[in-house]
Design a protein around this ligand. Structure first.
Ligand code: 13P
Length: 245
């Protein structure tokens, strides 16, 4: 079970320091893996505050080259060097705002894997695709186009675009159908279990229902991860879920 916090472009040094104090008081379980994706500039700072805790740190994106004339970009090697274990690749905000296409996302994922990072590859359909009944087809194409050649350290995050930051989530049936679909597509390439996590308006109220869905191996939390108390409540729900099931 994997519970991750994507802070996006939020939280400054002072709020990260307060957040870390909460984390320091919390008792983590070895059954639930957790990772925080802070703004890149604060990776080192967060690391210095929580490096004694069983929490991984990850980058929110990385470039497909390890060095060179790419002003403003982040090398996967730099992430590795600052102690990151994971990186998110292909988040819909990068795809939409920064025009990252499937071919580029595949390159970024491969570069990250080559730099010994674990990759969370994000996929997700628009509302129109969902309403027109094309969601499964859309995700299949995204995966076929973005899937890196190495599957060893890969996780998929299913994040329907229309669910991110909106408070709307797909039905239990839709999430289960999509996660099962994603696993089947990947099994065409490799006979290995790949974890698929769900992201999009996950919060303390819906976490139990989401975790209970077949083929959901964890969650990627945005807005509700910005308050330590809320994120830890989501984490605790996962621990409780595993202890009961
Ligand atoms: P929200 O949880 O704010 O909907 O964001 C989800 C997300 O984009 C995580 O990567």
């Amino acid at each position: 079970m994997f519970i991750a916090a994507n802070w996006k472009m939020n939280l400054d040094k002072k709020s990260i320091s307060e957040y870390a104090k909460f984390l320091q008081k919390f008792k983590f379980s070895d059954k639930v893996e957790t990772c925080i994706f802070p703004p890149t500039i604060y990776i080192d700072y967060l690391h210095s505050l929580i490096n004694d805790l069983p929490i991984s740190i990850g980058g929110q994106n990385c470039h497909y080259k390890t060095s060179g004339a790419f002003t403003g970009e982040i090398s996967p090697n730099f992430l590795r060097d600052t102690g990151c274990k994971y990186v998110i690749i292909g988040h819909s905000e990068r795809r939409i705002i920064n025009n990252e296409n499937n071919a580029e996302i595949k390159l970024r994922a491969e570069a990250a894997l080559n730099s010994s990072l674990k990759v969370i590859l994000c996929v997700g359909e628009t509302l129109i695709d969902r309403q027109e009944g094309k969601a499964l087809q859309f995700i299949e194409k995204q995966i076929n186009d973005c899937l890196p050649d190495n599957y060893e350290n890969l996780l998929i995050a299913y994040e329907p675009i229309w669910s991110i930051g909106t408070g709307k989530i797909p039905s239990v049936f839709e999430i289960e159908e999509m996660h099962t679909h994603i696993k089947k597509i990947i099994n065409k390439f490799v006979n290995k279990k790949i974890n698929v996590i769900y992201g999009g308006s996950v919060n303390i109220k819906n976490i139990n229902e989401i975790l209970d869905i077949t083929n959901v191996d964890g969650v990627l939390v945005g807005g509700a991860s910005l308050k330590a108390k809320d994120f830890l409540a989501i984490y605790s729900a996962a621990v409780k879920y595993l202890n009961i099931s």
